[in-house]
Every structure is written in C-alpha cells, then in structure tokens.
Design a protein around this ligand. Sequence first.
Ligand code: SAH
Length: 367
Amino acid sequence: MAEVMKKKRNKDTRPNLGNSIYSLTHEELQTWLENHGEPKFRATQIFEWLYQKRVEYFEEMTNLSKGLRDKLNESFTITTLETVVQQKSQDGRTMKFLFEMNDGYTIETVLMKHDYGYSVCVTSQVGCRIGCTFCASSIGGLKRQLESGEIVSQVIKVQKALDEQGERVSSIVLMGIGEPFDNYEEIIAFLRTINHNKGINIGARHITLSTSGIVPRIYDFADEKTQVNFAVSLHAVTNERRSKLMPINKAYPLEKLLPSVKYYNETTGRRVTFEYGLLGGENDSPDEARALAKVIRDYNLNIHVNLIPVNFVPERDYVRTPRSQIFEFERTLKEEGINVTIRREQGHDIDAACGQLRAKERKKETR
Ligand code: SAH
C-alpha cells in the first residue's frame, strides 16, 4: 500500500470546498508542515490526534505549539460533514447515516454489523453518472466529486458513533453512492489515509473497492499493486444484455473489460470478485450461470462470484429472483467449478441495501 498514489493529485480539479484536513495524506501533511516552517514529524502527531484520538478541534492537540494550532485553524477545518439523520434497522444490525456537506448536498453511509465485526459502506461521489438501470444512485446524475477528506470523514463519523459502544470499524467497502474509478485520485488518497498505520490503520485486505468497469482505471489500479480486495460489477455476460443494464458497457465492452480483469489477476496475484446481481427473468437462468462459468474459463480468470439478489428501487421495475432459483443459480455455478457465494442482505427496512442509496440536495432554509 505504500506504493499507492505514485501520481500526484491534480489540485485544480478538486472542489476544495471545506478545506478539511482529512483530505491531506500523511505525505501531503508533511509537505504542508515544511512549507509552514514546522518539522515534518508533526504530521504523525497530527495524524494520531485526528485518527486515533479523533478530536474535533485543533485546540485539543495539546502537544503542538499554540502557533501551529493557530496556523492549522486558519488553514483547515477538521470535518466538513454534519450528521443530519441516523437510522437503525429493526434488527439493529444496520445503521444508515445521512451527512450534509458545506454546499447542502447530502450523502449516505451505511454501518453493518457482521459476525466478524463492523463494516462501513462509504460513498465516493454525490450521485453517479454511470446510469445502471437497476440502481437508485444514478437517478439525477452526478452532482459533484467527493474530496478524499469527505470520504475519510464518513469513516471517522461512523467510528465515533461506535466509540460510544467501545467498538471498532474493522472493514470498509467502497460500495455506497458513486463510481470510485470516476473519482480515482481522491479514492487513492482516501485509501492511503485509511490504511496508514498512524491513520485509521485498516488493513488493505479489509478494504473492498467495487467498480462498474472503467477499464483504463482497472489497469492503473492493478499497477498500484495494493492488497485491497477488488470487485467488478458484471451482471451479464453478453454485450447486448450488459449494455442494456449498464450503459458503461458500450464504452468498455466485455472484450475490453475481461482482459483488464486478467491483467489485474496477473499483476497483483489476487483473485477478483464478480458481482452478479440477479434480476428476475433477465439474467438469472441456469443457462446464464453456465455462460458466466464459460466466460470465466475462456478468459482463464481467477474469480469469486458474489450473487446479489436485486433490491427494490421504486423508480426501477425489476423483480426479485425467487429464493429457490437463486440457490439453483449458485448450485449450477458450483457444478461448473466456480467459487461462489450469495451476498448476505441487510438494511432493507431503512433503504440501506445495495443500490438503494441516493444523493439529495437539501435546501438549507428548510432545515
Ligand atoms: N459504482 C460501483 C460501486 C457501487 S457498489 C459499482 O458499480 O460497482 C454497489 C453494488 O450494488 C454494485 O455491484 C451494483 O451493481 C449493485 N447494485 C446496484 N443497484 C442494485 C440493486 N437495486 N440491487 C442489488 N444490487 C445493486
């Protein structure tokens, strides 16, 4: 992970709305300190305050000089997110947070309790321009990119809620609103901070990034050689069907996508997950399961298939595959020698399940 972000971020394309200090990687904070006449080891002290003690004010950073605290105060804020709604599912295992940002846009973040610990599903953009026909997140299109600090802050906010119970976030999935590879540089900065041993220190193998299949970024991400778990939303194995479900397939059809997945396997030595959403009557027959297995074999890919029963989105009229047919699909893949699981579902009652999150603009005056 130390290798991540060989490329410098282009500051000109960043919205820089709230100037959150969470947007600075450890390395960038060191540079900032040096430019302000401070020794760079202070970056580690500041990281400890921000990510381990999770303070909310620079004044609390008592091992820094008053002068440095003042400089930090003038240059940055800590968080730029305000929690406006916090909802818990009936079974108590899922919590959804609605955060409002400086410009009035809101984003959603989901906390899930599993047997192995707590995972946080973070949002990477306000809205999404990928336009998948089964997903709520792209209704309304892309509003703006998130800065890395706004993504980091989602994790800190959720961790602070868990602090009250003495619990810790153990894994992160980049599967909230947005397409992470459409906001690549900020995502890489986010990964660095979240993974940094003086930052939140979540191991790369406990982080999962999912993409709809932006092929050039798959090659870039492979070259970063992180240990992050990598997932591709496949959903169909013919161009005709996949283009219908996911317009991105017109730009990056299967004959471009699948070799990039192969490259990822070979470059990182790691297995890739294919997310395959079962949409009733669309892509869920045993024949389709066999076609999926064939594609994986033909391209000689190292794949784990994760089946996702489609979740209800009011504006989308897909129907769920019956339970028995989901198991049949799974069984068929297994018979074909494919490694497969069915995604555990939670959070339906608070619209926090896959594909149900959406971006909203709140009018300040109605608050
Ligand atoms: N943009 C990224 C990250 C989103 S991750 C991507 O496309 O991979 C969320 C996962 O949930 C993706 O696999 C997405 O295709 C899937 N999803 C979207 N809408 C869904 C729905 N209504 N039901 C089930 N899964 C859905």
